[in-house]
Design a protein around this ligand. Structure first.
Ligand code: ATP
Length: 465
């Protein structure tokens, strides 16, 4: 083994968010949505490497939460849902209140509630009057921060469907994927005949008219969520036991993305943060350059959702126990954003160091989620014998590891830099020695170490999954 370029030293990183946004654009991870038309706020488009990373995160979630389990069923519900769903869930009502937003945490609060708590009678007060009163009293959010002007704001994104103008029906694009699961609860009971406890999982898009989309992928208007709704027997003992289990399981999953433990924490919701029906609520938070922020939520929602859908639809949402008793299960929800996981993975993996006397930037991505696992280089692209040997190696590796890349552009040093920025764990070079003895050079991303490996042992020498 030859060991060169092993000196790597982490340096302090400033402006990491700006650097990540720029790297994402430069290297084909994420672009501003509708960029050629000046951009559309709160939307981002994933490029080729971003799409692979995003898909690896989702596959890792699906494997751990669905495929590795026997009693969790995956579904894929519609984005457009009957307006009745959102009445039942409380979104239509609570998403159209006069809201103010905490300028720091971006949490939203009801302006009328803040005023009432300050002893003001808000009856017959217009939204403008509420705003004036709030500034007069210099009212802050419960976290003690300044707030925006109150606005009647509907967070739900509305669409019109139907072919005939004037007869179109309003629907909402779902504001959370949760309700798509609850409205299919009865279908799952009738088609899968599950035994309590069991779960229903989903990954899919959600849409919110966020007042202030900000911090790149952190707060956007179109995003994807990964959620498990785990239905349990409706009592405190089962509820608490399952809640603890899924809280820990979700945290372990997050750590499994390769994120440093010191940048993750679990935080219990304060009394005033919790929805009125929530029996328990915790967040997994990540330490971003803009502070600790929610990555994931774990909630004991009791029987609130099923009860409301039963009430609004008139369809029974009860589960029939084997002894004939009917129960309305409680639900433990574990829910997180794909885009936020993507952003936090990048923030955590971003590194700057010196290697072989030169500055470099690299992404220390965990190999199982890296968009490219291996890059294959012919040493020189104008030597047909090297290129054809390299093509052979490329083909045989690709059969086993689909996420690999061919790169013959520029000198080897440049190719290493490019792959480092993409986060590719291994680069394999086919050179003149390969033609003599069927060995290749395998270079490790993090240490920069290179070693010669027989082609026959190549796959076995890569730790990828
Ligand atoms: P926040 O308080 O940050 O607005 P939330 O409590 O409203 O989030 P939930 O409704 O619990 O979020 O949604 C579950 C998860 O979906 C969040 O933990 C987050 O990862 C993701 N998420 C929610 N809103 C957004 C958004 N606007 N952009 C990106 N991801 C989001």
């Amino acid at each position: 083994m030859s060991s060169i370029n092993t000196m790597t030293k982490e340096t302090n990183i400033d402006n990491t968010m700006e650097k990540i946004v720029s790297l994402c654009k430069r290297r084909g991870f994420v672009y501003q949505g509708s960029e050629v038309y000046g951009g559309l706020a709160g939307t981002w488009d994933y490029g080729p490497f971003g799409t692979e990373l995003d898909s690896n995160i989702k596959q890792y979630w699906w494997k751990k939460f669905v495929q590795d389990r026997e009693n969790i069923y995956g579904i894929n519900a519609s984005i457009m849902m009957s307006p009745k769903v959102w009445e039942a869930s409380g979104h239509t009502e609570s998403f159209t209140d006069p809201l103010v937003e905490d300028k720091i945490t971006h949490k939203r609060y009801r302006a009328d509630h803040l005023l009432e708590e300050a002893g003001i009678d808000v009856n017959n007060m217009s939204v403008e009057e509420m705003g004036e009163k709030m500034s007069e009293l210099n009212l802050k959010s419960p976290a003690g921060n300044s707030v925006t002007e109150p606005k009647v704001f509907n967070l739900m994104v509305e669409a019109k469907i139907g072919a005939v103008e004037g007869e179109k029906e309003s629907v909402y694009l779902r504001g959370e994927i949760t309700q798509g699961v609850h409205v299919n609860f009865k279908n799952i009971l009738d088609s899968m005949h599950p035994k309590l406890p069991f779960g229903v999982a989903q990954i899919g898009k959600a849409f919110r008219n966020e007042i202030v989309p900000a911090n790149f992928l952190f707060r956007v208007r179109e995003f994807e969520q990964m959620e498990l709704q785990y239905y349990v027997r409706p009592n405190k003992e089962d509820g608490d036991k399952q809640f603890e289990y899924w809280k820990q399981f979700s945290m372990d999953w997050y750590k499994g993305l390769g994120i440093r433990e010191s940048n993750l924490r679990l935080r219990e919701h304060e009394e005033n943060e919790r929805a009125h029906y929530a029996k328990d609520a915790w967040d997994i938070e990540y330490k971003t350059p803009f502070g600790w922020r929610e990555a994931w939520g774990i909630h004991n929602r009791s029987d609130w959702d099923l009860k409301r859908h039963q009430e609004y639809s008139g369809v029974s949402m009860e589960y029939l126990e084997q002894d004939g008793t009917r129960v309305m299960p409680w639900v433990i929800e574990t829910s997180g954003g794909v885009g936020r996981a993507f952003l936090f993975v990048l923030l955590d993996a971003y590194r700057e160091d010196k290697i072989g006397g030169e500055d470099r930037t690299y992404l220390a991505l965990s190999p199982h989620i890296a968009p490219v696992k291996v890059a294959i280089f012919p040493l020189l692209k104008n030597k047909p014998e090297l290129v054809s040997k390299a093509r052979e190696v490329y083909k045989s590796v690709k059969e086993k590891i689909p996420q690999i890349m061919w790169d013959d552009n520029g000198n080897i040093g440049k190719r290493y830099r490019r792959q480092d920025e993409i986060g590719t764990p291994y680069c394999v070079t086919i050179d003149f020695d390969t033609l003599e003895n069927d060995t290749v050079t395998v270079r490790d991303r993090d240490s920069g170490e290179q070693k010669r490996v027989p082609i026959l042992d190549l796959l076995g020498s890569l730790s990828i999954y």
